[in-house]
Design a binder for this molecule. Structure first.
Ligand SMILES: [Zn+2]
Length: 244
C-alpha cells in the first residue's frame, strides 16, 4: 500500500462531503486512490432535521443514525471515514483532534485536500472546519511539530461548493467532470435519508456546473452531451511551468 496515492477530505458534518465533494471522492477512488474522510461532527444539532422529526428522538440516537448514513455513503463512494465527534453548533475540536489530524496528514501524505469555504454565514461550523484543516496542514509541515511520520509537503487545498455560494464568497475556479461516477454520487446522496430535500437540489447543481464545464472546455475535450460537474476554489496558487 506504500505506493498508493491518497487524498484527504475534511467534512464538518456527517453529510457535507456527500453533497459537495461526492463526485471528486468517487472519481479518485475509481482511479485507485486511497480516499480518507475526516468527519468532525455528526451534525446532530444543525443538519439532522429529518431525524429530529421522528418521535422519541435523542441526541445519541441522532448521532447513531448520522454515523450509519455517513459510513454507508463513504462506502458507496469508495472512501474510508473517521469520526471525531467534536460537538455540533458549535464544533469545538480538542487538542487531541488537532494532533490526530496532524498525524493523519503525515501518514497519508495526500496528493490534495478538500474542505469547506472560509466563510459561511449560514453555518459557523463550516469555516471552523476550514480553519482546522488549514491549521493542521501547516503544523504537519513543520519539522519541529511533535507528531509521528515525515513532515508534510505542500498538498493543494480545494474548497468545495457551499450550499449558498454567493453568500460564502465562492466563485468556481475549477470545474471537475464527475459524469463517469455520477451514479455512485447519486446513490450516496440517497443514503442520506435525514436530508431527502437535498437530493434534487444537488442533482440540479451538478447539471448546471456540467453545462458551465462544457462551455469552458470547448468542443474538443470529448465531454458527453449531458456532463455533470462539481465546482471548487483553490486556496493556494497553482504551481506550473506552462500557461495553457
Ligand atoms: Zn455541514
Amino acid at each position: 500500500m506504500a505506493d498508493q496515492q491518497s487524498i484527504l477530505v475534511v467534512s464538518a458534518h456527517a453529510a457535507d462531503f456527500v453533497w459537495r465533494a461526492g463526485g471528486a471522492i468517487a472519481l479518485y477512488a475509481s482511479r485507485g486512490y486511497r480516499v480518507r474522510i475526516l468527519c468532525l461532527s455528526f451534525g446532530e444539532r444543525g443538519e439532522s432535521q429529518g431525524a429530529w422529526k421522528q418521535p422519541g428522538m435523542t441526541i445519541d440516537r441522532v448521532k447513531e443514525i448520522r454515523r450509519a448514513e455517513s459510513t454507508g455513503a463513504a462506502g458507496i463512494l469508495g472512501a474510508e471515514i473517521r469520526f471525531f465527534d467534536s460537538g455540533d453548533y458549535p464544533i469545538q475540536p480538542t487538542q487531541e483532534t488537532i494532533e490526530a489530524m496532524v498525524a493523519e496528514y503525515r501518514e497519508l501524505q495526500p496528493a490534495f485536500v478538500l474542505t469547506h469555504s472560509f466563510l459561511d454565514p449560514y453555518n459557523p461550523d463550516h469555516p471552523t472546519a476550514n480553519r482546522v484543516t488549514l491549521e493542521t496542514r501547516v503544523y504537519a509541515q513543520a519539522l519541529g511539530y511533535p507528531a509521528p511520520g515525515k513532515p508534510l509537503d505542500a498538498p493543494p487545498v480545494f474548497i468545495f461548493e457551499p450550499h449558498q455560494p454567493e453568500q460564502c464568497e465562492f466563485k468556481p475556479e475549477v470545474l471537475l467532470d464527475v459524469t463517469p461516477v455520477w451514479e455512485a454520487k447519486h446513490k450516496a446522496m440517497e443514503s442520506m435519508e435525514a436530508q431527502t430535500h437535498l437530493w434534487e437540489y444537488y442533482t440540479d447543481l451538478a447539471k448546471r456546473r456540467g453545462t458551465q464545464l462544457k462551455r469552458n472546455a470547448g468542443p474538443n475535450l470529448g465531454l458527453p452531451q449531458s456532463a455533470l460537474g462539481e465546482a471548487y476554489m483553490r486556496v493556494f496558487p497553482q504551481v506550473t511551468d506552462r500557461l495553457s
